[in-house]
Design a protein around this ligand. Structure first.
Ligand SMILES: Nc1ncnc2c1ncn2[C@@H]1O[C@H](COP(=O)(O)OP(=O)(O)OP(=O)(O)O)[C@@H](O)[C@H]1O
Ligand SMILES: [Mg+2]
Length: 282
C-alpha cells in the first residue's frame, strides 16, 4: 500500500511541470540600456527570493559577466564544442541569481546556426527546471543570432530611447517580431528619457505607428529617465539596485519588476514629489 502511494507521489511530482517565465530584453538600436535593465531586474528578483537565470545572448560580445565584475571560466562555446553542461558554465552572482556567459570575441559562436542553437536550447531546458525567471539579454538589431532567441521566447521587451534612430529601429524590430514571427506578447520600455512626459510621448508615438501600420498595439511596461549614477556604477562593475536602492534607475527597475511580476517591492517616494502630488492631486 505504502509502496503504491509512494509510486503515485513520485508520478505526480514528475508530471508537475515547473512553471517559469522566459523574458527577452531586446532593442533595434544598440546601447539603449538592455544589459543594465536585465542585470538590475535580475538582482531585484533575486533579492525577493526568486530564482533567476540571466542568459547572455549577446553572442560573441558578452557583457553581463563583465558588467558584474565576474570572471567566467567557460562560455557557451564550451557547451557547443567541448560537451560541457550548462550547469558547469554558469556563474553565480548570489544563490538566486545565476548567469550563463556568452563569451567574448568568439567568432564560432557569433555565427550561430540551427544545430548550435538546438544544443543550447536543450541545455537551457535542463536549467529552467530549477528557475523561476529566465531573462535573456540579446544583442541589438535584427540579425539571425538575435532573432533565434526571440523566436523561442514568449515575452519580449523592446527597449527604446528618445533618439529618432532608436525609435525607427525599435519599430523595425517590433514589425519583424509581430509580423514574421507572430509574437503578440511584446512590451515597450522607454529608457534614458528626460522626464516622464517625454517617455510617455515616445511610447505613444511608437505605439501609434504600430497601430497604423501593423494594426497592433503594444503595452508600455515602464520607463527610466537619465540617471547619472548608472554610468558610475557601470564603471565600478556594481549593480546600481544593490548599491543605491533609491537612485532613479533603481526605482524604475523596482517599478518594472512590480509591473511585470505583480510583485510589491517597496518604492521610495521622493518626499517633495509626494507633497506636490498631494496638493495637485497627482
Ligand atoms: N537610464 C539611464 N541613465 C543613464 N545612463 C544609462 C541609462 N541606461 C543606460 N545607460 C548607460 O548606457 C550605456 C549602455 O547601456 P547597456 O550596455 O546596458 O546598453 P545595451 O542596450 O545593453 O547595449 P548593447 O546593445 O551594446 O548590448 C551604459 O554605459 C549605461 O550606463
Ligand atoms: Mg548589452
Amino acid at each position: 500500500m505504502a509502496d503504491q502511494a509512494d509510486k503515485l507521489r513520485k508520478m505526480v511530482e514528475k508530471n508537475k511541470k515547473k512553471r517559469y517565465r522566459a523574458i527577452a530584453v531586446t532593442s533595434g538600436k544598440g546601447g539603449v540600456g538592455k544589459t543594465n535593465i536585465v542585470v538590475n531586474v535580475a538582482y531585484l528578483l533575486s533579492s525577493i527570493g526568486k530564482k533567476v537565470v540571466v542568459f547572455d545572448a549577446d553572442l560573441g560580445l558578452a557583457n553581463v559577466d563583465i558588467l558584474l565584475g565576474l570572471k567566467s571560466k567557460y562560455s557557451l562555446l564550451d557547451i557547443v564544442k567541448n560537451g560541457k553542461k550548462m550547469s558547469e558554465i554558469m556563474v553565480s552572482f548570489n544563490d538566486n541569481f545565476k548567469i550563463i556567459p556568452a563569451g567574448s570575441g568568439i567568432e564560432e559562436i557569433a555565427n550561430i546556426n540551427e544545430p548550435v542553437f538546438a544544443k543550447i536550447q536543450d541545455e537551457l531546458r535542463e536549467i529552467v527546471k530549477d528557475t523561476d525567471i529566465l531573462l535573456v539579454d540579446t544583442g541589438a538589431g535584427i540579425s539571425k543570432k538575435v532573432t533565434y532567441f526571440l523566436k523561442s521566447t514568449d515575452e519580449i521587451i523592446v527597449v527604446v530611447t528618445p533618439e529618432p534612430t532608436s525609435i525607427a529601429d525599435a519599430y523595425a524590430m517590433i514589425k519583424i517580431m509581430a509580423v514574421n514571427y507572430k509574437k503578440d506578447n511584446i512590451k515597450i520600455f522607454v529608457n534614458m528619457a528626460k522626464n516622464a512626459a517625454e517617455a510617455e510621448n515616445i511610447y505613444n508615438n511608437l505605439n501609434k505607428i504600430c497601430k497604423k501600420f501593423l494594426k497592433k498595439e503594444f503595452k508600455s511596461v515602464g520607463f527610466a529617465i537619465n540617471d547619472k549614477n548608472l554610468p558610475i556604477s557601470v564603471k565600478q562593475q556594481k549593480i546600481l539596485a544593490q548599491t543605491n536602492s533609491n537612485s532613479g534607475f533603481t526605482v524604475s527597475m523596482k517599478k518594472l519588476v512590480n509591473n511585470l511580476f505583480k510583485e510589491n517591492i517597496k518604492v521610495y517616494e521622493n518626499p517633495i514629489a509626494k507633497f506636490f502630488a498631494s496638493i495637485f492631486g497627482g
